[in-house]
Design a binder for this molecule. Structure first.
Ligand code: ZN
Length: 117
């Protein structure tokens, strides 16, 4: 299965222009193209490997989680699921990633819901 070397997710291969684009060198002008294969998610190398979910568990947050780059912000009392993925490259090397998904938001405290906006 082709995976992205940057994020480890299964990906499609796209053609990306790594060229420098328009250039001028002395009296010469041109456009430099250098097409290569890259992953469709990160435009990184595509390597052979795989990804498998190895564990998932449901938790209720005991405190607010720190927001993390584009991921769901989990607040105290939210019910969420944690997924652990195992990624590997066929040539060697493996690593884990973790994903969280909110299943149920904690009810809004009454005093907050009734407060004038
Ligand atoms: Zn990627």
């Amino acid at each position: 299965m082709p995976i992205c070397d940057a994020c480890g997710e299964p990906c499609d291969t796209i053609s990306v222009d790594f060229g420098i684009g328009a250039y001028e060198f002395g009296s010469e002008r041109g456009v430099h193209h250098d097409y290569g294969d890259a992953s469709d998610c990160c435009e990184a190398d595509v390597v052979e490997g795989g990804r498998r979910m190895i564990r998932s568990a449901v938790h209720v947050a005991r405190k607010d989680h720190k927001p993390h780059m584009g991921r769901a912000f989990i607040k105290k009392g939210d019910k969420y699921e944690v997924f652990v993925y195992f990624h590997w490259r066929s040539g060697g090397g493996s690593w884990f990633t973790q994903k969280k998904a909110v299943l149920e938001r904690a009810p809004i405290p009454l005093e907050t819901a009734l407060a004038p906006h």
